[in-house]
Design a protein around this ligand. Structure first.
Ligand code: ADP
Ligand code: MG
Length: 213
């Protein structure tokens, strides 16, 4: 199974749609433990990414992802924009010059994105952030692909792992970002960034499940 440039463009578009559809949901989650802007931030950022995609439609996958990342950094304030911006910029670095991705390249894409988020935000597993959804997703994806499994199956399992990681943020006390200002009162609420990160893997799984085998 190979992921083409058009598959990558379709994934970014599907993520933009998912963020628009979940805008109120993400904002409600952020209202409980943050400043009620995560839905607007992500929706605004990906609408800006969508507007940029025609200019890179003929470019390599690395350029497309780097452009998405730079657009997020320049259009989204707060923590989420720079963190997702770094995720996509780092994903673009490891896919530079590629017009197709083999399964191992897809693992490298998400792994680099996670490392970028960790480098930028310094969160560790259990801090109640997007890292709690992305880390298990990357681990699952790598395990399936390294075991010779199908990429589509790896992505489905990665999305399920991200969802479990997202749900596991509910009882946690936040140690990074705005939610950490609440201390113990942040427990009992699902982290908004972990939720948008689950949607990132869910849309990859849904979009690429039917990609050319
Ligand atoms: P802000 O908190 O500035 O309003 P957003 O609401 O867009 O930004 O994003 C909040 C999300 O960002 C949180 O739910 C969390 O998942 C994520 N986040 C915040 N700080 C960090 C960090 N240091 N590392 C990783 N993720 C973080
Ligand atoms: Mg916020």
């Amino acid at each position: 199974m190979t992921i083409t440039r058009d598959d990558v463009l379709a994934w970014l578009k599907a993520y933009a749609v998912a963020l628009a559809e979940n805008r109120e949901y993400l904002t409600q989650l952020d209202a409980a433990i943050g400043d009620a802007d995560h839905g607007q931030n992500m929706d605004r950022g990906f609408k800006a990414v969508l507007a940029k995609l025609p200019s890179v439609a003929e470019s390599d996958i690395g350029t497309i992802l780097k452009t998405a990342g730079m657009t997020l950094v320049s259009t989204v304030g707060g923590a989420g924009g720079p963190l997702y911006g770094t995720l996509f910029m780092q994903a673009g670095m490891v896919t530079a010059g590629k017009n197709e991705l083999a399964p191992a390249d897809v693992v490298a894409l998400f792994d680099a994105g996670l490392k970028g988020v960790v480098m930028r935000g310094k969160a560790v597993l259990g801090d109640k952030t997007m890292v709690d959804a992305i880390t298990p997703a990357v681990e699952r994806l790598r395990a399936v692909v390294d075991g010779g499994g199908d990429l589509a199956e790896g992505l489905r399992q990665a999305a399920a792992a991200a969802e479990a990681g997202m749900q596991a943020t509910i009882p946690l006390v936040a140690r990074k970002g705005r939610a950490s200002y609440l201390g113990e009162r942040s427990a009992g609420h699902q982290d908004p960034g972990a939720t948008s990160s689950y949607l990132l893997f869910k849309t990859a799984a849904d979009t690429w499940a039917s990609a050319d085998q």
